[in-house]
Ligand binder design. Structure first.
Ligand code: PGA
Length: 254
């Protein structure tokens, strides 16, 4: 039986200035239950990483970035390196979020380079994939996501499968209030797992966590978690309210 620790990861997106980030981090430390059954991560905007790290110190809540650049340093205005993430104790980093793909033209090749850089630095990627409404309506969603997974993982060497995380986020369900059903999530997360088995072999594939994301909230999280290949959630909107995020962690710890 695969033994994967569930994960609830909060993606604050471009929300919370420094005072608001400090306040939310304090509230999260007070509200989020500690459990060995679930790993909890928050991913604030880059400007908030240092202050959030400071507030989370000593708690079980881990820190992640929302983006990274693969070069070590130099003339890359506006970018953040893996070393910079490490210097604030970030252990995770989201890559390939659909908003970055859509608005900032991040490609699968970029996602792959970012994953390589993060893994070389000992930071766990939370690598996002997911289809648009158009692709879903054409019935091509499984094919589309499997193709993204193949490109995003190309040539990766995964020695510890707990240190590579995938988040399946159907774009039509992000921030829209429109959730995929638990069966929709399982269909694609199951196909992702099968693809991982083909690429990395059964044992490694069994250890990689596949999260669902897209309007996940305290009211619907339990249904997703019941599914065989859904190991947690990447949470946007509901991660901005300590009470909601804590309630989701609580459900995942049950
Ligand atoms: P949402 O965002 O929970 O607000 O839909 C999820 C995400 O984009 O990671």
């Amino acid at each position: 039986m695969p033994n994967r620790t569930r994960m609830i990861a909060g993606n604050w997106k471009m929300n919370n200035d420094v005072p608001a980030a400090k306040k939310l981090a304090e509230e999260l430390v007070a509200a989020v239950p500690t459990s060995d059954a679930v790993e909890v991560v928050v991913c604030p905007p880059t400007i908030d990483l240092a202050c959030t790290s400071h507030k989370l110190a000593g708690s079980a809540i881990k820190l992640g970035g929302q983006n990274v650049y693969w070069e070590e340093k130099g003339a890359y205005t506006g970018e953040t390196s893996t070393g910079m993430l490490k210097s604030v104790n970030a252990e995770y980093c989201i890559i390939g979020h659909s908003e970055r793909r859509d608005y900032f033209h991040e490609t699968d090749e970029d996602v792959n380079k970012k994953a390589r850089a993060l893994m070389a630095a000992g930071i766990t990627p939370i690598s996002c994939c997911g289809e648009s409404l158009e692709v879903r309506e054409a019935g091509k969603h499984v094919e589309f996501v499997v193709d993204q997974i193949k490109k995003d993982t190309e040539g990766l060497e995964i020695t510890d499968p707990s240190k590579y995380v995938i988040a399946y986020e159907p774009i039509w369900a992000i921030g829209t209030g429109k959730t995929a059903t638990a069966d929709d999530a399982q269909e694609v997360c199951g196909a992702i797992r099968k693809t991982l088995v083909e690429i990395f072999g059964q044992e490694t594939a069994d250890g990689i966590r596949v999260l669902y994301g897209g309007s996940a909230k305290p009211e619907n999280i339990a249904g997703f978690l019941e599914k065989e290949d859904v190991d947690g959630a990447l949470v946007g909107g509901a991660s901005l309210v300590a009470e909601s995020f804590a309630a989701m962690v609580e459900k995942a710890a049950e």
